[in-house]
Write a protein that binds this ligand. Structure first.
Ligand code: DGI
Ligand code: FE
Ligand code: FE
Length: 195
């Protein structure tokens, strides 16, 4: 049985040879950001690191390729996912993490699976990865990054709400198809604010 550290070093080498250089840098950056959030919220550092490292492992495939691969492996895609294929690399990435890399930690697989659309009632690692993907130090596009980087270390649920609100607004501005899961995730975290 190999240790989680050995897994991390092996996967790093594999990802470096398979991903585009900037995507690999992003993956490392997300893995370190996941660890920083795990320190703050008392989550296992190694599991957080592994989730961050692998989260975009399916990003090297194009939308059509991902759809074909999901069909081949009997991974059911929802109508919403087919209309918003940007989210599919998360579901297929979780499948790859399990079947190609050999990860069997269900919390890690879940975090990878929901890292793009989010979902209602996310667990701690789900939220850590979703937020780390958004705030990692190499990101520079979103206008609210500074605020989210601060808020991420204050309150995970509030940060989820703010990032999802911003993402929905961005997708509407772009006239992009929205996966209903993204909206359900938003409504869930909006509901928590009114408790
Ligand atoms: O893979 P990354 O680029 O690191 O980040 P990600 O997995 O969060 O994917 C980011 C893209 O996914 C971003 O441009 C927003 C988009 N996205 C998230 N939810 C939806 C969505 N795109 C569509 N079309 N519909 C969604 O519901
Ligand atoms: Fe992603
Ligand atoms: Fe990412």
């Amino acid at each position: 049985m190999i240790t989680i550290e050995e897994q991390i070093f092996t996967y790093r080498k594999q990802l470096k040879s398979k991903l585009e250089p900037m995507r690999y840098e992003h993956s490392l950056s997300v893995s370190y950001t996941c660890m920083a959030l795990a320190m703050r919220y008392g989550y296992d550092l190694k599991r957080a690191e592994l989730a961050g490292l692998l989260h975009d492992c399916a990003k090297r495939y194009g939308d059509n390729e991902l759809i074909v691969k999901c069909q081949k492996h009997n991974i059911v895609l929802t109508e919403g996912e087919l209309k918003a294929p940007a989210v599919i690399h998360a579901k297929y990435g979780a499948w790859m993490a399990e079947h190609k890399f050999g990860v069997c930690d269900e919390e890690i697989l879940s975090a990878i699976r929901c890292h793009t659309a989010g979902k209602p009632d996310m667990g701690t690692l789900d939220k850590i990865l979703y937020i780390a993907d958004y705030i990692e130090p190499r990101r520079n596009k979103a206008s609210n990054l500074e605020k989210m980087r601060y808020l991420a270390f204050q309150d995970l649920d509030q940060t989820m709400y703010e990032i999802l609100a911003g993402t929905l607004a961005y997708l509407k501005r772009k006239n992009a198809n929205i996966d209903p899961m993204t909206r359900q995730a938003y409504e869930y975290f909006e509901g928590l604010r009114n408790l």
